[in-house]
Write a protein that binds this ligand. Structure first.
Ligand SMILES: Cc1cc2nc3c(=O)[nH]c(=O)nc-3n(C[C@H](O)[C@H](O)[C@H](O)COP(=O)(O)OP(=O)(O)OC[C@H]3O[C@@H](n4cnc5c(N)ncnc54)[C@H](O)[C@@H]3O)c2cc1C
Length: 741
């Protein structure tokens, strides 16, 4: 295949990437149902939501009638029912992760509070959806479906409790459940007491899924229970949280003291020796819920970054128009602030980060769409073998891990060079496929949540700064100031950054993930050999450096002999998790642009080449950023725990330093050789003015070689940035922003 980047002159971007481009990149070009959902959600976002923001709806944290009216808009647009199965009142067949991701993206393009509001009912339903009994699922999911004759029932999810109790990652629960009555041969009645903190939707939720712990020897462990507003007892919605962000969602600190039948335990229970045993503890339900819902949160911040591009270009371009001193046709009139390189280069950084985070988020959402049916199939296969979840399932999966590794190894070879029959058998085995995809999902989900929101909020600040004073006013087009603040909540709720880093530090060392990561390095090199302008080679070198470093850290100790890679050494594990996220996001962007290059030409006529060339340059820019971050982090970790040699060290100094007569001897044999080191003692005992002899670590020669190679791989990245910046000067944009409508 000819390389578009190297063989022919590059074209400029003509217009901002439209729906046709996004549908191909994010792989829903063949999903008419999702395209329609995007359109109807966009109409709500850029219409009623944008109007409410523009009219000052965010100025209060109270839940107002105007905010409440948005719920009906969500219902009418199909947003509320998007989570439901057709038999429950929904309209989308099959897994819905990508659908929910697209909804979050469209709403957050305008206001992430509205996105949170729309998705919080799905979050409240998620424990029932993931782990509920068939009866619970049908009952509550159907209640949540909008119908012509009644308001749908809305849900909330109550895990977080007032300080000092539970946050997202802790197993300690203040909420309690006891058995109030247990009629002979009948169903137990539970007494549930739970106080929530920061619970979304609580101003209007009709039912709540709440995490509680047993306070009764007749109940084992923890569970989640469904609480309804009409249950006997106290269903106090509590005071509104005085939020600075996401004011278009309702957040309260509720108090519940209710009696409910035991059938409300999510996922049901069994009774053994007079003890009620919930089928699922709260931790396992929450894990299943968050691993999906965190992806949509990550995409909210991506939407904001990409939504800032058009208003920024318009602001910069128009900056001096209207002044008598600046006449039409002059560069100052036509380009405004875009004449200045810093403005366009920083915009490219924001744009590349937005693209990469969207690519990572949508790739993760699609991965869950792939994983969901395989997970069910895996459960069925294991159940046939008498394995029903818990530790037994973990053991059964572990036993087959070597086959998953074999499959991944075979994936790297072409069909002619492998045992194809064996490969196809492994490819069709749901247990093997589950192990492979699950290892990916366990990394990609926290990576999306962590990087998209964390780095996203840093880049949102950059977007605000590029708007000057306008950026921090309510009048800023695209509501950039609000979006910047909001992104900090996205980085916090459903588990703050440390929680994601903790998860990554465990899941990224999984052998099955590491094996796939090795294949991904190879995949990047292959792309680079055909499309060198993507920066895929740079990225591959950075991925190699990262993998080498991880392996090194897992075996290395610091200069005090303490193990480096261990759970309580977050100063080691967390930066490695951060570095990985950079790499994954850049990889996903390259894959999306490659997909567009191969499949876009048939559907995108207008300006296709310019769009692909521009996005290719963004890939290169982002790959270089990712490589730089990974290299910095890895180098710091590899060298930072070594003790720097000092001039006073003996015998170390004797091993790494010369003395002057020795150097003279060397010089007599190899003239000029003495100039290569400053690490020697003069005859008067003095030495060069520096901290000590330079560090020499023979065991790290491989690292230094990889690092030096990576530095060279950065060649061309800033040429790509220059080209992309030029495109930003030339791209056509509409005369005005299309929201509020
Ligand atoms: C507007 C809003 C809406 C919300 N909606 C809901 C909802 O609907 N339902 C619900 O249940 N909850 C909800 N929450 C709660 C939210 O999920 C938590 O606030 C969030 O998970 C952070 O927990 P925390 O506030 O207890 O922070 P903390 O856990 O106290 O974190 C404080 C800091 O310590 C760090 N930290 C925490 N643990 C570790 C660790 N192990 N290692 C290293 N560092 C650590 C964190 O990264 C953070 O920087 C909402 C919160 C807000 C603000």
């Amino acid at each position: 295949m000819a390389s578009s980047t190297s063989a022919s002159p590059r074209e400029h971007l003509q217009t901002l990437p439209g729906d046709d481009v996004r549908q191909v990149m994010w792989r829903f070009a063949d999903r008419y149902d999702l395209q329609m959902l995007v359109q109807s959600t966009r109409a709500v976002a850029r219409g009623p939501v944008a109007r409410l923001v523009a009219e000052g709806g965010r100025h209060t944290h109270d839940w107002t009638p105007e905010k409440h009216a948005l719920l009906k808009e969500f219902d009418a647009a199909g947003i509320t029912a998007a989570y439901l199965e057709p038999e429950e009142g929904g309209f989308l067949e099959g897994p819905k992760n990508l659908a929910l991701a697209l909804i979050a993206f469209e709403l957050a393009w305008v206001d992430a509070g509205a996105a949170t509001c729309s998705l919080a009912t799905h979050l409240g339903l998620a424990p029932i959806h993931e782990r509920g009994t068939p009866e619970q699922r049908l009952h509550y999911m159907s209640l949540a479906a909008p119908a012509p004759d009644r308001e749908p029932k809305r849900a909330a999810f109550a895990l977080t409790e007032p300080i000092p109790y539970v946050g997202v990652e802790t197993g300690m629960l203040g909420g309690k459940v006891r058995i109030a009555e247990w009629p002979e041969g009948g169903e137990p009645i539970l007494e549930v007491s739970k106080r929530g903190r920061f619970i979304t939707n609580m101003a209007f939720a009709n039912f709540v899924t709440a995490a509680v712990d047993s306070d009764d020897p007749r109940i084992k462990g923890s569970c989640m229970v469904i609480l309804e507003e009409t249950d006997p007892g106290v269903f106090d919605r509590g005071t509104p949280t005085r939020k600075l962000v996401h004011q278009l969602s309702a957040t309260n600190d509720p108090v519940f003291q209710l009696r409910v039948p035991a059938s409300r335990i999510v996922g049901g229970y069994t009774v053994k020796d007079g003890v009620l045993i919930p089928n699922y503890d709260h931790g396992s339900i929450i894990e299943a819920v968050f691993r999906r819902t965190r992806v949509t949160v990550g995409l909210m911040t991506s939407a904001k970054l990409l939504s800032s591009i058009e208003p920024l270009i318009r602001y910069h371009r128009d900056r001096f128009r209207g002044s008598e001193a600046v006449s039409p046709g002059s560069p100052r009139y036509e380009l405004g602030l875009q004449q200045k390189e810093d403005v366009t280069h920083r915009l490219i950084d924001i744009w590349a980060a937005g693209e990469a985070s969207a690519s990572l988020g949508f790739a993760t959402a699609r991965l869950f769409d792939q994983l969901d049916p395989i997970e069910r199939e895996k459960d069925r296969v294991l159940a046939e073998q008498g394995v029903h979840g818990g530790m037994a399932a973990v053991k059964a999966l572990r036993k087959r891990q070597h086959e998953a590794l074999e499959f991944i190894e075979m994936q790297a070879h072409n069909a002619a060079l492998r045992n194809e029959e064996r490969f196809q058998r492994l490819a069709a085995d749901p247990v093997i496929q589950y192990i492979v995809l699950d290892a990916q999902a366990n990394v990609l989900c926290p990576a999306t949540k962590l990087w998209n929101t964390g780095h996203g909020s840093v880049m949102m600040r950059e977007a605000v700064s590029l708007m000057g004073g306008y950026g921090i006013t309510e009048d800023c087009p695209g509501f950039l100031g609000y979006k910047w603040m909001d992104s900090q909540l996205e980085a916090t709720y459903e588990g703050p950054e440390a929680v994601q880093r903790r998860q990554l530090s465990l899941t990224m060392t999984n052998e099955v993930f590491q094996a796939q990561f090795r294949n991904w390095i190879h995949e990047m090199r292959q792309i680079a050999s055909i499309e060198p302008g993507t920066g895929a080679c740079t990225l591959a070198s950075a991925m190699h450096l990262w993998q080498w470093t991880l392996n090194h850290l897992q075996h290395a100790t610091d200069s005090n002999g303490q193990k480096l890679y261990q759970s309580n050494r977050q100063g080691v594990t967390f930066p490695m998790a951060d570095a990985l996220c950079w790499l994954l996001a850049a990889r996903c962007l390259i894959l999306d642009v490659e997909h567009l290059r191969r499949h876009g030409a048939e559907v995108i006529q207008q300006g296709f080449r310019g769009t692909v060339d521009f996005l290719t340059d963004l890939c290169h820019v982002q790959a270089a950023h990712a490589a730089g971050q990974a290299a910095r982090i890895c180098t710091e970790l590899v060298f930072g725990f070594l003790r720097h040699p000092s001039w006073d060290d003996d015998p170390q100094c004797a091993a790494c330093c010369f003395n002057e007569p020795e150097l003279r001897q060397i010089e007599s044999v190899v003239p000029g050789a003495s100039g290569f080191t400053g690490d020697y003692f003069r005859e008067d005992g003095g030495h060069e003015t520096k901290a000590g002899p330079c560090v020499r670590a023979p065991g790290l020669a491989d690292f230094s070689r990889l690092r030096a190679k990576l530095d060279g791989c950065l060649a061309g990245a800033l040429l790509a940035k220059d080209r992309a910046a030029e495109s930003v000067q030339k791209v056509m944009i509409p005369a005005a922003l299309d929201y509020p409508q």
